[in-house]
Write a protein that binds this ligand. Structure first.
Ligand SMILES: NC(=O)c1ccc[n+]([C@@H]2O[C@H](COP(=O)([O-])OP(=O)(O)OC[C@H]3O[C@@H](n4cnc5c(N)ncnc54)[C@H](OP(=O)(O)O)[C@@H]3O)[C@@H](O)[C@H]2O)c1
Length: 263
């Protein structure tokens, strides 16, 4: 297979939640490989510098303030992308997050906020961008789930439920939209070093016990971006409905079955 099968050059991509962390690295990676990249976060001032950095490196980027929980804002984001790039054929549903709490301590609002961000945000962006893909030449969607959507995740029941639903949605849409030429795949990262993990879980690389992978390291955002680029490329043309786990060596239990020293 020629190596350019792994390229996303010329694609018009949307990456949600790209002001930092995994989404930022995915956006920078796709742009460096020649994709036009539209990125969003809840604050224009946080997402602007990422787009400026991409443009400084010779890439093409559009930054839009958009809360993925807000359907009207998502529709406007997708329309702005189509207007700027002429279409959209790649969507990375990355925006997501969580807080840690025992199930009995999660308020209704807390539960809804996590499901809204992770699952409904994916629903909004997929419907809005998917309409353009289906009406055009097809496209590719990569959802970002989590290993905590693949197995029990104590103290993350809301997040685990939402991320599990994203995996089922991936499988279902892959079938529903197959005839429209839209591939739908998913990545399920393990513990990845990001600002979100540092803020939410209080985990930093130096505090990582040697537990997570056989090579004794935390995952990096580049580990996830590598797999997203592959799934987005023609090298994955015969893959749809799949969830690719990105967590180092398999091990029993979940990410939080050892003492993380959480405050
Ligand atoms: N890091 C891990 O260990 C890990 C493991 C498994 C799965 N994941 C998943 O990977 C994705 C990225 O995680 P991360 O660790 O990189 O997170 P992060 O560092 O907290 O970054 C989250 C990004 O999403 C944006 N965002 C948050 N809420 C948003 C909203 N309502 N609308 C639009 N953008 C929003 C944030 O930007 P603003 O704050 O500027 O809005 C930020 O750019 C998430 O879906 C997460 O669940 C992460």
């Amino acid at each position: 297979m020629p190596t350019d099968q792994f390229s996303v050059e010329g694609r018009n991509a949307i990456v949600t939640g790209a002001s930092q962390g995994i989404g930022r690295t995915i956006a920078e990676r796709l742009a460096a490989d020649g994709a036009s990249v539209a990125i969003c976060s809840r604050a224009q001032e946080r997402v602007d510098p990422v787009a400026e950095g991409i443009r400084d490196d010779g890439g093409r980027a559009l930054a839009v303030e958009c809360d993925v929980r807000d359907r009207e804002a998502v529709d406007a984001f997708v329309e702005a992308t189509v207007e700027e790039f002429g279409g959209v054929d790649l969507l990375v549903n990355n925006a997501g997050g969580e807080f840690v709490a025992a199930f009995e301590d999660i308020s209704e609002n807390g539960w809804k906020s996590i499901v809204d961000l992770n699952l409904h945000g994916t629903f909004h962006c997929t419907q809005a961008a998917g309409a353009h893909m289906r009406a055009g030449q097809g496209g590719c969607i990569v959802n970002v789930s989590s290993v905590n959507g693949q197995h029990a995740a104590p103290n993350e029941s809301h997040y685990s439920a939402a991320k599990a639903a994203i995996i089922r949605l991936t499988e279902t849409l892959a079938v529903e939209w197959a005839d429209d030429g839209v591939r739908v795949n998913c990545v399920a990262p393990g513990l990845i070093q990001t600002p979100g993990v540092a803020d939410t879980l209080g985990i930093r690389e130096e505090s990582m016990p040697a537990r997570e992978t056989v090579d004794r390291r935390i995952g990096y955002t580049e580990d996830v971006a590598d797999v997203v680029q592959f799934l987005a490329s023609d090298a994955a043309a015969f893959m749809t409905g799949e969830t690719v786990t990105v967590k180092g060596v398999p091990r029993p239990g979940n990410s939080f079955d050892v003492d993380l020293g959480l405050e």
